[in-house]
Ligand binder design. Structure first.
Ligand code: ATP
Ligand code: MG
Length: 777
């Protein structure tokens, strides 16, 4: 243990070694907060604290797994397995399973994902005959979600005239009724949505003092990572659980608070000292992750925010290369720049794909990046898009599995009752729903009793419904005796699902069948994993819970070597040697939707801080002069965040914005590749970054969009174009990005031939001639 503690610096050791009492560690990115939490847990265990008594709440389940692994390395895996570690949602879903009956829920309650929730809200809106363009289901869901995260129940809503007025003002006077319906329907279906997992936990701890006492006694040491992003509901849970022993250690960085839009409350961090007595406050100042350039640039950015805690962040690491800024004409070209830079860096520095991350503000931006990476054959992985478990064919199989566990699950039922087609039509389903609402029962229960309820259905329809009920019940019997894999395999065949998909011989159809196979493999893995952990067979309900709460990040095994693509929000807590932050444009980042108030803008700036501080060695900021958004080509200006970084940390690879700002946009490669030879570089003068000019510069009023692709002039004397070029030491060359330089040395032969070149700006670099675009001048 001592060995691990000595790997921490003094500031990190202090909180690690404090065994009891409330404490908060506030520190900037990369300063070892997560590392301290990890070592601290191992240390507590070495002092004899029972691993069953420790609770650690992390941002992703993957982060929890990694922490557990490190702890297992230190204290042994049998002890580490007993630790309660995971996200708020996964930990409290487990607790709710034990205690569900107290709240009137079945212990096998379903967890609705956001697709299920939106679908349910849509049908409520339809049943209430409201206009779905006014009551937009996603918006309604997010409003309901914000109520739940602030612990505003339906009753509290109806007792609060202000909230009702606000909804009436925004033309949604019946929002409260939808909320009520939604809660009732979830309850009747024995289902909780994501927010319920926190809301119901609060309800449980509030209403049942004995339950609270039990978990207080159990979790004697509580740790929370990324505390700045806890919402009110999460805050109250932590507060209640830690109230007895007060052994609570939270770590966070106010500068990285990026979930205010989802209800995270920065005051949780600011008020921590008021909430507990005798709080020890610790600060960590040394960043171990990034180069000086990155750390100092990030400091300069966050300094622009008015609302912040003063913090020092420094690093003993090297200066590192400057942050490279690249402008392109379109998002397509931006993608090509990123892909080719990754390609070059990989070759020149012998790097893995996994060393690179591409971060963006919105998921939609991934498409241009994907296209470019595919063209270059660079393997990549997108995190946080439509996850595997949300694909239609997968949700269909899961729908059947969910029904087996909880036949009341209305969303699962509606999904599969007529898929594959069984001749049960919409009007039948509507009748069933109305009857279910009328009797206060689930749709499945109404179906079971269909002979006794007069819904004016034909006997043929009734039989179809009863056949379905019988089929689900037969699956339940199998579930009693067989494992989840057997059951899922049986269901895929017996329901006709696989046969249905196999009818479609297109590549998409084949991929769907493969996805189902992959799901079955996943279930098998899960079962095997369970045997290893518990010596018991993997229960289907546990698998479903895992799936419902799995974020895309959690599934990453890290086995395959891929470039990571994700939104900045998802990148929190992670680190990569090379980071591209793309789409650095006004109205995109900062987002146009976040420019109304200072606090929104400050949140965007914190987001930028998070993005930049993911980089260990090199950061790139890229932007496009025009990009397709909402199906239209729009012009854009570079993000103000670039300007906010002091120039000395930046290296402009393309013209600085003053060179082209307010100029009419030309050369947009709407019709194909942009001809880069339109750009020529001015002779750089010593010490100043090379300026670029374009052919249109002397005649700025010639802003006519090109109607056909321009032809590329014959290449000049290009070293790259010649297999064994006449390049020799002493030659003066021009490089597309580094500008002018002199060849110092040549080494290697053929494809491995490299040139060492001393560039006027940027100094000595070794380049593979195969890739370096050099013109001898
Ligand atoms: P973030 O705010 O981004 O979540 P963090 O404060 O949690 O960052 P960590 O992820 O714990 O920081 O640490 C950043 C990196 O620095 C990690 O690679 C970690 O292993 C390394 N590190 C932390 N402390 C030390 C140390 N004392 N010596 C060497 N490396 C360290
Ligand atoms: Mg961290």
């Amino acid at each position: 243990m001592q060995n691990y503690i000595s790997q921490l610096n003094e500031a990190q050791q202090a909180p690690t070694l404090q065994k009891d009492g409330p404490m908060i560690i506030i520190a900037g990115a990369g300063s070892g907060k997560t590392r301290v939490l990890t070592i601290r847990i191992a240390y507590l265990m070495s002092l004899g604290v029972d691993s069953f008594n420790i609770l650690a709440l992390t941002f992703t389940n993957k982060a929890a797994k990694e922490m557990k692994k490190r702890i297992a390395d230190i204290v042994g895996s049998s002890e580490a397995k007993n630790l309660w570690m995971g996200t708020f949602h996964s930990i409290f879903a487990k607790i709710l399973r034990f205690e569900a009956d107290k709240l009137g829920f079945p212990s096998n309650f379903s967890i609705y994902d956001s697709q299920d929730s939106v679908r349910l809200i849509s049908s409520i809106i339809k049943e209430m005959q409201l206009d779905k363009d006014v009551y937009k289901p996603k918006q309604v869901l997010s409003r309901i979600s914000s109520f739940k995260n602030s612990l505003i129940t339906v009753k509290a809503y109806f007792n609060n005239p202000e909230l009702q007025e606000a909804d009436a003002m925004s033309k949604k006077p019946r929002l409260g009724e939808i909320y009520q319906q939604y809660v009732d329907r979830c309850f009747k279906a024995g289902a909780m949505d994501f927010d319920d997992l926190l809301l119901r936990t609060n309800e449980l701890l509030n209403r049942f003092p004995d339950v609270l006492a039990k978990y207080q006694d159990r979790f004697r040491y509580i740790m929370v990572d990324e505390y700045q992003d806890t919402n009110h509901s999460q805050y109250l849970i932590v507060r209640a659980l830690s109230d007895r022993f007060q052994n609570i250690c939270v770590v966070g960085d106010d500068a990285q608070s990026i979930y205010a839009f989802r209800g995270a409350n920065i005051n949780n961090i600011l008020n921590f000292q008021k909430d507990y007595e005798g709080v020890q406050m610790y600060r960590l100042e040394q960043n171990y992750r990034s180069t000086k350039n990155i750390v100092e640039a990030a400091n300069a950015i966050i300094d622009k925010n008015k609302v912040k805690l003063d913090k020092v962040v420094w690093t003993a690491n090297d200066d590192g290369p400057p942050i490279r800024v690249h402008r392109s004409l379109t998002d397509g070209e931006e993608g090509r720049f990123v892909a080719s830079t990754i390609f070059e860096q990989k070759m020149q520095q012998q790097l893995k794909n996994g060393s690179f991350a591409i971060l963006y503000r919105t998921n939609a931006q991934s498409r241009a990046m994907e296209d470019a990476l595919r063209k270059r054959d660079i393997p990549y992985r997108i995190y946080g898009g439509l996850s595997f478990y949300q694909r239609k064919e997968i949700k269909d199989v899961l729908g059947y599995l969910r029904l087996v566990i909880n036949p009341k699950d209305e969303e699962a039922l509606m999904r599969v009752i007529n898929y594959p087609a069984r001749g049960i039509g919409n009007s039948t389903l509507e009748k069933l729903t109305v009857a279910a609402n009328h009797y206060g029962r689930s749709v499945f229960e109404v179906m079971e009793a269909i002979e006794r309820i007069d819904l004016k259905l034909t006997s043929g329809t009734k039989n179809k419904l009863l056949d379905f009920v019988t089929m689900i019940k037969s699956f339940q019997v199998i579930n009693e005796t067989q494992d989840a894999f057997f059951l899922a395999d049986h269901i895929a065949k017996k329901t006709g699902l696989i046969q249905e998909l196999k009818k479609d011989a297109t590549p998409e159809g084949v991929a769907r069948v493969e996805n189902i196979e992959e799901l079955l493999n996943g279930i098998r893995d899960f079962i095997e994993g369970q045997i290893e952990v518990d010596g018991a067979r993997g229960a289907l309900s546990e698998f479903l819970e895992d799936v419902a709460l799995a974020s895309d990040l959690d599934k990453d095994t890290g086995d395959d070597d891929r470039v990571a693509l994700m939104t900045i929000h998802l990148a929190k807590g992670l680190e990569f040697p090379y980071v591209f932050i793309v789409g650095m444009e006004e109205d995109l980042f900062p987002s146009a939707m976040s420019l109304n108030t200072r606090s929104e803008l400050e949140e965007e700036r914190r987001l930028f801080y998070v993005a930049l501080t993911r980089a260990e060695h090199q950061a790139y900021l890229t932007y496009a002069q025009s990009r397709y958004r909402w199906g239209k080509l729009v012009d854009s200006e570079p993000s103000r965040f670039i300007e906010e970084i002091t120039d000395k940390f930046l290296d402009y690879l393309t013209p600085t914005e003053t060179n082209y700002k307010y100029k009419p946009m030309i050369n947009a490669d709407i019709f194909g590749d942009v001809d880069k030879s339109k750009f020529r570089q001015q002779k750089p003068t010593n010490g100043t970054p090379p300026k670029w000019i374009t052919d249109n510069d002397p005649k700025p009023d010639s802003g006519i969009r090109r109607l056909k692709p321009m032809s590329r002039p014959a290449p000049q004397d290009s070293a790259a174009a010649m297999p064994d070029s006449k390049l020799a030491p002493g030659n003066v060359v021009m490089h597309e990005r580094f500008g002018r330089g002199q060849v110092v040395n040549l080494e290697g032969v053929g494809a491995d031939k490299k040139a060492e070149i001393n560039f006027e700006v940027g100094g000595l670099k070794k380049l593979l001639l195969r890739f370096a675009k050099l013109d001898v001048i």
